[in-house]
Design a protein around this ligand. Structure first.
Ligand code: DX5
Ligand code: ZN
Length: 220
């Protein structure tokens, strides 16, 4: 297995001291900072805008992995690129012109990901896999942290792993929702290489321990 990455979702952090939380997971071995953007339109919740992204930017050198759960996508994607995002993922059904949105994000110098909800089919990858850097498989319905991992995501992850391997493209396979120390091995086994975890990391008293345990589980 190649590189693996743990991406703590700051949705579950203590938001009253976000800079400190970001520095703490960075020091504890995080590989990316996952930044969940919800607009109360595409998903029934409201979180963070570009201003908050630029506020955490000075607190870490890790890539900021922006997960846009917004509709429409393009204008906000540009704002997040300017706010210091390194990687920007969006849900294809939230953009009327997926190919254009991919280009908008790349033109800003960011890496780009496509995110798929539990019931969203993968066929858009037929025409995009060679243009993107990451596929994000949602293992919960987006909108909230702390939900339970949907087991049927494992088959979907395995399907994407095959698509990526067949394509020969360098694309990361990220999984988001309900990932814990006790199920991360099965997610890795299915083919994921990048693991988002919110409540499992920020709900733990020792970030170093929990991230270390996750990495040990994946390597096992
Ligand atoms: C859900 C978000 C997730 C969420 C994960 O819409 O995209 O990133 O924060 O949280 P946990 O790990 O608690 O399921
Ligand atoms: Zn997310």
């Amino acid at each position: 297995m190649g590189d693996i990455r743990i991406a703590p979702s700051i949705l579950a952090a203590d938001l009253s001291k976000l800079g400190e939380e970001v520095r703490a997971v960075d020091a504890a071995g995080a590989d990316l900072i996952h930044f969940d953007v919800m607009d109360n339109h595409y998903v029934p919740n409201l979180t963070f805008g570009p201003l908050l992204c630029s506020s955490i930017r000075p607190h870490t050198k890790l890539p900021i992995d922006v997960h846009l759960m917004v509709e429409p996508v393009d204008t906000l994607a540009i704002e997040f690129a300017r706010a210091g995002a390194d990687l920007i993922s969006f849900h294809p059904e939230a953009s009327r012109h997926v190919d254009r949105t991919i280009n908008v994000i790349k033109d800003q110098g960011c890496q780009v990901g496509l995110a798929f909800n539990p019931a969203t089919p993968l066929h858009v990858l037929d025409w995009t896999l060679d243009k993107i850097d990451l596929v994000l498989i949602m293992s919960v319905n987006p909108g909230f942290g702390g939900q339970s991992f949907l087991e049927h995501s494992l088959d979907k992850i395995a399907e994407v792993r095959d698509l990526i391997d067949l394509s020969g493209c360098e694309v990361w396979l990220e999984v988001d929702g309900g990932i814990k120390v006790d199920n991360i091995a099965s997610v890795a086994e299915a083919g994921a290489d990048t693991f988002v975890a919110g409540s499992a990391i920020f709900g733990h008293s020792n970030y170093n321990d929990v991230i270390g345990q996750m990495k040990t589980q994946i390597a096992a």
